[in-house]
Design a protein around this ligand. Structure first.
Ligand SMILES: [Zn+2]
Length: 491
């Protein structure tokens, strides 16, 4: 699409009336809103306060030019895959169903890390089943920390996808500063150096956006899936090791998910649940033991059938070990999302965002309705609230336009109204020397692109990891069939 073409969504309710009762070419004046593109960036494990002990000129500039939230609260469980699915679905983890980074089968005892499953079609939605317009790219081998490889991805996203292919929404993931935080700890000099690398990357992204003339057409949201805290090791504290707890025996357990940070889950053998629960409850001052149904409501981590009957949560700094400690990370996450060390950073900049605005805490479950709003898409059912982020946005000023509609466009619009298939009309407005000609570009149905970026919960389509996902709104819409229902234009 050439740069002289602008895209709008028409919202004026009288539009249908004008078209259906009259065959005149001039519609008269009506309101239009400009829809901008959206880039969502996640820097894995970038804690909310990582910019406080490092010079971050580019992140600071982004805050001046846009919006900075005090912090962002991830959904519980505060680990990578579940948290990213919450970002892209607006659903709590118990509702979207990606309950852990590990994939497991309690019958076969299989356990797989997410990256072990990404090319297995029985774990991930095969590409052929993906919705038209959706790209998901995850290389087989990828260095999550390499700044040069980061820039290759950025070039692809900005140059190729936004600029050349004119995509509307791209999400972009970076594996740091999570890895360095695990290895060296969140207070280490290595973590601070990685934050400098992130900051340089933010500068590179914004320069690229400017170089391609996208600054006024592209909104950028930058956040993280969780924070990081220092692990307390033996010598400092008494570690949580289940095999050492009196009355607890692994012989009573059919399946266990342990040794993965501060969360453990147990499936006791038949008739053993109460025994296991009573043995573990109160066994360590920093271990919280719940029957699944008794989990605190605020965590929204109890209702999904994949969650196992007993859930163990350690206090910040502690790890739930099975037989003995097997991981020696200096930093860890996965703790209660009320812990400040689990909070993530949040920045947003672009034509739809206010400038130099500091706002209070932001819940990542509210990101999905915000993104759908920015993209002009009707959201699927979700657990977030758009009103929590509306203060970040520039109040919408509809532009009044007088348009002349060509005959073929009218025919198409009338046809659409009669078939009652349209939910949204995405219009392309071209300016000619003689008249402004309105060309219908695409027709949205309810199955719009944000919905497709949202995971298929049953098939658990992978969006996180180092996936780069992109959606071409126009291709998507063109390939969708009409789904019926009354005409509805977005306000
Ligand atoms: Zn991590």
């Amino acid at each position: 699409m050439c740069d002289t073409v602008l895209r709008f969504v028409v919202y004026h309710p009288a539009l249908y009336l004008c078209i259906t009762i009259s065959n005149i070419a001039v519609l008269g004046s009506f309101m239009v809103f400009i829809l901008n593109k959206l880039l969502l960036i996640s820097f894995d494990g970038f804690r909310w306060d990582y910019d406080r002990d490092v010079e971050t000129p580019n992140l600071d500039k982004m805050a001046w030019d846009g919006v900075k939230a005090l912090y962002a609260t991830p959904a519980f469980l505060t680990i990578t895959s579940p948290s990213h699915f919450t970002m892209l679905t607006g659903r709590y983890i118990e509702n979207h169903g990606v309950i852990h980074n590990m994939w497991f089968n309690t019958t076969t005892q299989e356990k797989k890390q997410y990256y072990m499953t990404q090319f297995l079609s029985n774990y991930y939605l095969p590409t052929s089943k993906m919705s038209p317009g959706l790209k998901a790219v995850e290389p087989h081998f990828y260095d999550h920390s390499n700044e040069s490889e980061w820039r290759v991805n950025i070039d692809k996203v900005i140059d190729e996808w936004f600029h050349q292919q004119d995509l509307d929404f791209v999400s972009l993931y970076f594996g740091e500063p999570d890895l360095i935080g695990h290895t060296y700890g969140p207070d280490s000099p290595e973590r601070k150096e990685m934050v400098r690398q992130v900051d340089r990357t933010v500068g590179y992204i914004r320069d690229k956006i400017q170089d391609h003339g996208l600054t006024d057409r592209l909104n950028v949201i930058m956040t993280a899936d969780h924070g990081m805290t220092t692990v307390l090791r033996s010598g400092q504290v008494e570690e949580i090791i289940l095999s050492k707890i009196p009355g607890f025996s692994f012989k009573d357990i059919q399946f266990q998910l342990l040794d993965y940070g501060p969360l453990g889950m147990l499936l006791p053998k038949e008739g053993m649940l109460e025994k296991v629960y009573q043995a573990l409850k109160g066994s360590h001052p920093h271990l919280h033991v719940y029957k699944k149904e008794d989990m605190p409501e605020r965590l929204h981590y109890s209702k999904h059938p994949r969650l196992l009957p007993i859930i163990l949560i350690a206090d910040p700094g502690y790890i739930v070990n099975g037989f003995f400690p097997v991981h020696f990370n200096k930093g860890e996450h996965g703790f209660d999302n009320e812990a400040m060390d689990m909070k993530a950073f949040f920045r947003a900049v672009g034509p739809d965002f206010q400038s130099d605005l500091m706002v209070g805490p932001f819940d990542l479950v509210d990101l999905y309705p915000l993104m759908c709003h920015l993209l002009g898409i009707k959201p699927e059912i979700h657990d977030g609230h758009l009103n929590k982020s509306k203060d970040m946005l520039v109040p919408q000023q509809p532009q009044e336009e007088t348009m002349v509609v060509s005959v073929h466009t009218l025919v198409l619009l009338i046809h659409c109204c009669e078939s009652k298939c349209e939910k949204y009309l995405l219009l392309t407005l071209t300016k000619s020397t003689i008249e402004r000609r309105l060309v219908v570009d695409t027709i949205f149905t309810e199955n719009s692109d944000c919905v497709e970026a949202h995971s298929n919960n049953e098939d658990q389509q992978k969006i996180s990891g180092n996936t780069v996902a992109a959606v071409n709104r126009r291709q998507t819409a063109i390939n969708q069939s009409c789904s019926g229902g009354a005409p509805k234009l977005i306000p």
